[in-house]
Design a protein around this ligand. Sequence first.
Ligand SMILES: Cc1cc2nc3c(=O)[nH]c(=O)nc-3n(C[C@H](O)[C@H](O)[C@H](O)COP(=O)(O)O)c2cc1C
Length: 355
Amino acid sequence: MPPPAPPTGVFPQPLRLAGNGSSRQLRCRVLQSPLAGVSDRIFRGLVRRWAPDALLFTEMVNATSLELGFGVQKVAGLATETGPIAVQLFDHRPAAMAEAARRAEAAGAFWIDINMGCPVPKIARKGGGSGLLRDPDLAARIVAAVAAAVELPVTVKTRLGWCGGSADPVGFARQLQAAGAQLLTLHGRTREQGFKGGADWAAIAAVKRELRIPVIANGDITSPEAALNCLAITAADGVMVGRGSMGAPWLVGQIDAALSGRPVPATPTATERLELAGEQLRALVAAKGDRGLLIARKHLGWTCQGFAGAAELRHGLMRAATADAAHQLLARAAAALQADAAWQAAEAALRLPQP
Ligand SMILES: Cc1cc2nc3c(=O)[nH]c(=O)nc-3n(C[C@H](O)[C@H](O)[C@H](O)COP(=O)(O)O)c2cc1C
């Protein structure tokens, strides 16, 4: 028998989190970020096609809504999905977060993540999401309460601080670590920045240097090159991809391949992207009825980019009153692309030198 091949890639070893009785191991160092209104079960299914081992997240789930029952669909059926899926929770009350974490654990979460970065005013004003950046003691109490409530690892996703002047990302991260957070994902922007400006990867590097627990770098990872560049600057234990994957569910898989030393899968062609858009629309309408069309519109807008006629197609899709009308537009765009390709092939043949 030949000896086993030596490990290759940027991270030869899996990432292990001990948990509090239930340990977890990640073979893939690219994480798909939680995206409210985007990272639902159907989106996760598409990402999974290219990234079988990546950690995916639910959309953020409000602890109270889980308790009252109307957030349940966000975690329902987790155990039937393939691959690791973490549940991200938000709230400002430690006891409610602990209870929600128990429910998420029972629903099949891979681990429990706590949102300490959401900038939405109605959440932050109550003290949840990025509001916790202004109350590190409460943030630490929430981590401790959740960690004591479940056997799974508990992680935190946060930002560099509330605003530039007051930001102390290292101090905040140390406090979360001491409270029991087993991994920290750091978005390299402050709450004040929202999504503007470039992510500060050097600031993530400074936090990584000071922590014992793994740090995942987040912000502006939009390609395999960006991921490698970010890892070179931050020395982080992995990267998390957010907006770059919207309309591009293949991106996480492409980055995983690049980090693992495997050939990077090709970006789907325009025709394949149109097929994917149609598939996502069909699945959303099947799962959510008429509301599925509304949800699908934004995905279709992101996916239908970068080919002749894409702008007109997007314009039509945003106005399509029914799913059937949207499917017809997609079919017409695919036929136009095919006709265009046939025309170009004929033209190229005519240009061939004659014997
Ligand atoms: C539409 C949208 C929804 C988001 N929802 C969440 C969320 O539910 N939880 C969370 O922690 N971050 C959320 N984020 C932030 C992203 O996860 C990520 O941290 C941020 O976009 C920075 O990464 P990027 O530059 O790769 O996009 C959201 C961002 C966007 C654009």
